[in-house]
Design a binder for this molecule. Structure first.
Ligand code: SF4
Ligand code: SF4
Length: 312
């Protein structure tokens, strides 16, 4: 690790304290911006780009118009809906500079993504060290995709381990072997997504095929000896067929080991409102899966001799 690793920066869109879904115990989860995949159902669309992105919240907008003059691009205008006015942003003109955020008294505008150093993020993690240690928790780097920022991720994991903090990563494993080897030196637990076992379908759903992903997962488990939990974002109509869940469980049981847990993460609709805030439309409408269906899929995974759970 080079000397000035604490000064390495990355765009962060959230640091969540008291997180209980991203590994064991109470954790601090660090969400970095930028992802090489474009999952159709993405629940964190503000993480897609590795640059800041403007988010707007119409429900908070009072129509005061104070943001209009602050925009150097002249991207903001007032729209009237019935008897209510609100600010509308022309996304073709907007360059995500964030100048309108400070001008808005109603917090109806926000810039997702703040550049932070390893040292700044580490300070936030260590603030909760007592709770982390008392609960058998740690820190988790999530995203976005942390492997897109290997310098930062490696340095933050290294710095956390030096402080005695348990480390986990949440990753889609779509990265070159050299990056994987660098980052996983400092990882205690890998939470790895598999979105679909059929590579062609995987490409349609996420934009990339799955061969590299499955290969990296085997490498992380067998060669790097990092404990692995497989996570399946379970999206009705896209990857929640019994056939696909069984194929994923078979991969975990046969290509990895019986100590690999499988976590079925039910689709939720948070991504839909976030897309609206980013001025985008989701090209799909998905219902959340029923409890009954999730229980059935869990039982299916357990038939392969694996520990399965619903949720992270
Ligand atoms: S973020 Fe976009 S809308 Fe806001 S001031 Fe900058 S260019 Fe204008
Ligand atoms: S400053 Fe805020 S509240 Fe006022 S019009 Fe702009 S977005 Fe709406």
């Amino acid at each position: 690790m080079h000397e000035d690793y604490l000064t390495i920066t990355v765009p962060i869109f959230n640091i969540q304290s008291y997180s209980i879904h991203d590994g064991p115990g109470i954790r601090v989860t660090v969400f970095v911006k930028g992802c090489p995949l474009r999952c159709l159902w993405c629940c964190n669309p503000e993480s897609n780009l590795a640059t800041p992105q403007l988010m707007t919240y119409i429900s908070k907008c009072t129509g005061c118009g104070m943001c209009i003059g602050s925009c150097p691009q002249k991207a903001i205008s007032l729209k009237i809906d019935g008897d209510k006015a609100h600010a509308a942003t022309d996304r073709e003109l907007c360059v995500d500079c964030g100048k309108c955020v400070a001008a808005c008294p109603a917090e109806a505008r926000e810039l997702a993504g703040k550049t932070m150093t390893v040292e700044e993020v580490l300070k936030k993690i260590l603030k909760d060290k007592l709770f982390i240690e008392g609960s058998g928790g740690g820190m988790t780097v999530s995203g976005g995709e942390c492997l897109m920022h290997p310098d930062f991720t490696e340095a933050l994991l290294y710095a956390s381990k030096r402080e005695g903090v348990h480390t986990a990563v949440e990753s889609c494993s779509f990265a070159g072997r050299e990056v994987v080897d660098r980052v996983y030196k400092y990882v205690d637990l890998a939470l790895l997504d598999i979105k679909h076992m059929d590579s062609n379908v995987h490409k349609k759903l996420t934009g990339v095929p799955n061969e590299l992903i499955l290969d990296n997962i085997k490498h992380i488990y067998h060669d790097l000896k990092v404990p692995v939990y497989i996570r399946i974002p379970t999206v009705p109509g896209y990857n929640d067929s019994e056939e696909n869940i069984a194929a994923t469980a078979k991969f975990a049981a046969e290509q990895l080991g019986s100590d690999v847990q499988v976590h079925l993460l039910p689709y939720h609709r948070l991504g839909e409102s976030k897309n609206e805030s980013l001025g985008k439309k989701m090209n799909m409408s998905i219902e959340v899966p029923s409890d009954e269906h999730m229980q059935k899929l869990k039982a299916l995974v357990e038939q392969f001799g694996l520990v399965a759970q619903i949720g992270g």
